[in-house]
Design a protein around this ligand. Sequence first.
Ligand code: HEM
Length: 385
Amino acid sequence: MKHLTTRRASARYLLPGIAFALLVLTGLVLPPEAKAQSSVRPPENATTSIAPPGPPLQGGVQGTASDADIWRDIRQGEVGTVPIPDKSAGLMIQSQGEDWRLQRKGPMNDYLGYAMLATIVLLAVFFAIRGRIKVEHGMSGVKIKRFSTLERMSHWLMALSFITLGISGLNFTFGRSLVLPVIGKDLFGPLSGFLKATHNYTAFAFMIGLALAFVLWIVHNIPDRTDLNWLAKGGGLIGKSNHPPAKKFNAGQKLIFWGVMLLGLSVSVSGWALLFPFEHQLFTGTFALLGNIGIDVPAILGLPEPPYSAIQEQQFNSVWHSIVAVAMICLIFAHIYIGTIGMQGAYDAMGSGEVDLNWAREHHSLWAEEVVARKPERISPAPAE
Ligand code: HEM
C-alpha cells in the first residue's frame, strides 16, 4: 500500500518534470536568433489581421499587410489612435529618443565641458599676461554711491540663484561621470534628488531676479556712441592709462547685460517648458517663424522637418536648455573674474554699493563727473563747499 502511494506520487511529478527538463533543454539548444525571434519579433512571413496605424496599406486592403510593415511603421514613430485622453500614448516607439539620448551622453556633453574649461583657461592666461587691473591713481578714500540696496538685492538674487542653478544643473550633465565615482551611489542618489528639487524651485528666484535687474538697468544699457569708442580702444583692458570714457555701464558691461538678459530669457523659457512638459510647441513655432524669413533651421542643422511631436519638443528643449545655460555660465565666468580678482575696487560696487572716486573716474569717467556735478550727496565724505 505504501509502495503504491509512493509510485503514484512519483508518476505525478514525473510528467511535469520531463516537460520542464524539455523546456530548459529547448531554451539551451535553440540558436540565439530563434530565441530573439520568438520573444520579440514576429516571424518574417507572418501576416496579421490587425489594421496597421496610418492609412490602409497595400491598395486599401486591410488584413493582408505583413507584420513586418506594421512593425516598421511603429518603429519609425507612426502614431496610432488610443481611446484614452492622452493621445501621445498612441506613440509606441520614438526612435529620435535614442538619437537624443546618445547625443546627450556623447559628444554634446564633451563639447559643453570643453567650452567651460576653455573659458577658464583663457581667463587664467589673460590674468597671467595682464595681471590685476589696478586703480592707477591709487585709492582716494572718497566713496561714491554706485548701486542702491534694491539694485544690489536684485543682482544678488539673480547671481546666487544662477550659481545654484548652475551647480545643480551641471550635476545632471556631469554628475554621473565626475561626482558618482568620487562619492559613490549611496550618496550620489539622494544628493542628485536634492539638487534636482533645488534646481526646479530656484528657477523661480532666478526669473524674478532677472526681471528686476532688467527693469532697473535697461535705461543704462541702451547702446550709444560712447560704446563704439570704448570698443575701438579695446575697453582699455590692454595697456595702461588708456581708459576710454564711459557712462554708468561701459560697452563691455552692456554686452554682459544683454547677454545675461537674452540667454537668461531663453534658459528660463526652455526651463519652464521642461518644468511643465508637453504643453508648448516652442521649436515648431520658432522654426516656422525663422522659415518665414528664409532661415531653414531644420535643413541647416540636419533635423527632421517640423511639426514636432510633444516628446520631440521636450528633447529639443532639453538640448537647447543645456547649450544656453553653458553659454551663460561661460559669460558669467568672465563677469565674475572681472568683478573680483581681475579688477581692483570693482567688487565694492556690489558689496557695499560704494566705489572709490578714483576707480569711478578711471572706469566710468562720464558717470563719475555727472555724479560729482549733480548729485554731491552721493559722495562721502561730502566734498568741501
Ligand atoms: C560671485 C558672483 C558675482 C560677482 C562677484 C559679481 C559682481 C558684480 C559687480 C561688482 C558688478 C558691478 C560692476 C560695476 O560696478 O559696474 C556686477 C554687475 C552685474 N552682474 Fe554680477 N557678479 C556675480 C554674479 C553674477 C551673475 C551670476 C549674474 C547673472 C546671472 C550677474 C549679472 C550681472 C549684471 C547683468 C551686471 C550689470 C552689468 C555689468 O556690470 O556687467 N552677476 N556684478
